[in-house]
Design a protein around this ligand. Structure first.
Ligand code: NAD
Length: 421
């Protein structure tokens, strides 16, 4: 009841502030600096008039929030959805700042969006919306200012239109203004699977911390979209035993292990994991409570709550999705000694490879897949070790440690630059 109430009233930004405050208190950060770090550097609201296919003009609402520029230009996604709000963009931009700082990528966080339902818009309408949004933001975008990537509901087409519009306005081709591009336009190899690969790297690190072996490690994966399917595939290929998978339609479970390569082929055709032969059907919520060593959450937010936290049997939770565990569930899991690899770290693989794309675009020199994957492994692996040592040293869990490390790094940069007040 208490949790239901707090969820009903807390906005995404307030949730971020509550995690921030816990970490800032441990760091004994002074109040003025907290205020500087919490307040977004820039928030832009935009009216986007667009001519629709029927000849009428419709005005869409758009946003771009650049949360913090202390460590470099801002970087973050763009989302097209009916529930996009300024508060949501503000929260995701701030999370992105902390995520970049945890893995020591020289970006601050940003996030933008347009309030619309892409399912009800034609491709030409989406293109016009994207181009007008980009043109309106022209002075605040750029490889040295703010770099846009795709988010849920946007894709390679959208970032290509942004890149083209930006390039037309500045009169030369600027590939590094966006990430997540196709290879033809200056994208990078390894981008599509980067978030899933990052999840596998942190799972490997957790295994070596607990002296566990991959072949004895049962994994349950919630969510079989970009992150979940790639992570499941890479874990399966690396020798982990994937015993359960779910998507929005339900789950499948086989304690002897699921052949993820076959499941991928099946799900592509059937557009669901349900009905996969040789595995039992199970509901999504029940799957989360089955015995396993690793529970990989790659679906959506608030999946582990006060209602199911004490039934979770996994030794390790890997948060591939944004904010899948509520703060109240965190406390229950902490008492049960469940080891949580927090979202700030667990899904930073995508951001890291986006950074590689920006670097390669600016160099005009492109790396092969081995180089991308080796560098990703080095960054995510080292970041896991740093967060784990920070947690041990300060006697806090991995989540608070990740926030503390991130906030400390942004605070250090802010202090070193001085506040131009
Ligand atoms: P996606 O839309 O490709 O896939 C989401 C998957 O989750 C789908 O299979 C969907 O059916 C499933 N799902 C939704 N609700 C579910 C539920 N209640 N139970 C079980 N399955 C459910 O999204 P994605 O790109 O894979 O992203 C997943 C999460 O990871 C999101 O929270 C996203 O913000 C976060 N994330 C994604 C990336 C990335 O690179 N794609 C990077 C960082 C964070």
């Amino acid at each position: 009841m208490e949790e239901a109430e707090s969820k009903a009233t807390a906005t995404p930004f307030e949730c971020m502030v509550s995690r921030f405050n816990s970490a800032a208190r441990k760091l004994a950060l002074d109040e003025d600096l907290c205020q500087v770090l919490l307040t977004p550097d820039r928030e832009i609201g935009l009216a986007i008039p667009v001519q629709m296919d029927n000849g009428r003009v419709r005005v869409f609402q758009g946003y771009r929030v650049q949360h913090n520029l202390a460590r470099g230009p801002s970087h973050g996604g763009i989302r097209y959805a009916p529930d996009v709000t300024l508060d949501q963009s503000r929260a995701i931009a701030a999370w992105m700042t902390w995520k970049c700082a945890v893995v020591k990528i020289p970006f601050g966080g940003a996030q933008g969006g347009i309030v619309c339902d892409p399912k009800n818009l034609s491709t030409p309408e989406l293109e016009r919306i994207t181009r007008r949004y980009t043109a309106s933001l022209i002075d605040t975008l750029g490889p040295e200012r703010d770099v846009i990537g795709p988010d849920i509901t946007t894709d390679q087409r959208v970032v290509a239109w942004i890149m083209d519009t930006y390039s037309m306005h500045v009169r030369h081709t600027v590939t590094a203004v966006v990430t997540g591009k196709s290879l033809d336009l200056g994208g990078t190899v390894g981008w599509r699977e980067a978030t899933g690969r990052g999840c596998k790297i942190v799972c490997d690190q957790a295994l070596s911390r607990f002296r566990m072996k991959r072949e004895n490690t049962r994994v349950i994966v919630q969510g079989f979209g970009n992150v979940g399917s790639m992570a499941a595939r890479i874990l399966h290929e690396s020798g982990y035993l994937v015993v359960g998978v779910s998507d929005i339609t339900g789950g499948i479970y086989d304690p002897r292990g699921i052949n993820v390569t076959q499941l991928l082929a099946y799900a592509e055709e059937a557009e669901t994991v349900i009905g996969f032969p040789d595995a039992d059907a199970i509901t999504g919520p029940e799957l989360l409570e089955q015995p396993c060593e690793i529970l990989l959450l790659a679906a959506t937010e608030s999946q582990i709550t006060v209602h199911n936290a004490d039934k979770i049997k996994a030794r390790i939770i890997c948060e591939g999705a944004n904010d899948p565990t509520t703060p109240q569930a965190d406390e229950i899991l902490y008492d049960k000694r469940t080891f949580i690899i927090p979202d700030l770290l667990a899904h930073a693989g995508g951001l890291t490879v986006s950074y590689f794309e920006w670097v390669q675009d600016r160099q005009g020199y492109f790396w092969n897949l081995k180089t991308v994957n080796d560098r990703l492994e080095e960054i995510i692996g080292n970041s896991f070790d740093t967060v784990a040592s920070y947690a041990d040293c300060h006697g806090v869990d991995m989540r608070i440690a990740a926030y503390m490390l991130a906030i400390d790094r942004v605070a250090c940069a802010t202090r070193a630059r001085g506040i131009y007040a």
